[in-house]
Design a protein around this ligand. Structure first.
Ligand SMILES: [Zn+2]
Length: 235
């Protein structure tokens, strides 16, 4: 028998979202879960009741949901399986960036612990998923990233992270991919227009107008300083 305690796929999906919201310091309430998981409020309520009964979460008096120690372990396990599956699909199998999340959502529940470890050993630098989100245990690595909305106009950055919340939207991921807006790409902010609720960015010579509601889920990093003292590496 698997020594890892593994809940049903539905419960794993809930645990993953609760873990992510908690990581980001957000209060976890039923309505947010209903939004993320695209299920009805009564369904969320019924599932949460089962999860409380089975010891994955607790519910406080103010109705906020909290992972138990067992819930935390199970959540970290499914997120790790999800992200490593994404890395396998993207880096080894060549599945397009915009498709790996949905595909991993289906595969993650059935991956054995042995296969998961094997994937971790196979892919290079398995600390971030292909969207730039940190694997459990590496959360501190994204803490110094700059929200795109706080980036300076006409400054160039490296796009570093597309937050999990918009990974759920395949059309949006496809749009970002087509506009080269993927982690690792240099990106320049050309205009921020709060009155219009848009931000305009340029990546690989392509200009894209993003709504602020999308842009707030993107994070950038400073471009690493070039070694230039000897002039050897300047272009
Ligand atoms: Zn994903």
């Amino acid at each position: 028998m698997d020594k890892e305690e593994r809940p049903t796929p539905t419960v794993e999906d809930y645990l993953g979202v609760i873990y992510t919201l908690t990581r980001d310091g957000e209060a976890v309430i039923g309505r947010k879960l209903a939004d993320w998981l695209e299920v009805s409020a009564p369904t969320v309520t019924a599932t949460l009741q089962r999860m409380v009964r089975d010891g994955w979460v607790t519910m406080a008096h103010d109705k906020t949901i909290h992972l138990t120690e067992m819930g935390k372990r199970a959540a970290a396990s499914v997120i790790r399986r999800h992200m490593l599956t994404e890395l396998l699909l993207a880096r080894v199998l060549g599945v397009p960036w915009s498709k790996v999340h949905a595909e991993a959502d289906r595969l993650e529940h059935s991956l054995s612990a042995e296969t998961t470890d094997a994937v971790e050993n196979l892919v290079e630098d398995p600390r971030f998923c292909p969207h730039g989100n940190p694997l459990p245990g590496h959360e501190d690595l994204t803490q110094n990233l700059i929200p795109l909305l706080e980036a300076e106009v006409s400054q160039t950055y490296i796009l570093a992270r597309v937050h999990e919340e918009i990974e759920q939207n395949p059309d949006l991921l496809h749009f970002l991919e087509a506009r080269h807006l993927m982690p690792g790409t240099p990106i320049t902010v050309t205009a921020i227009l709060p009155f219009n609720e848009t931000i305009t960015v340029q990546a690989e010579g392509v200009e894209t107008v993003l709504g602020l509601n999308i842009a707030r889920h993107l994070f950038v990093d400073r471009v690493p300083a070039k070694p230039c003292a000897c002039g050897a590496t300047s272009k």
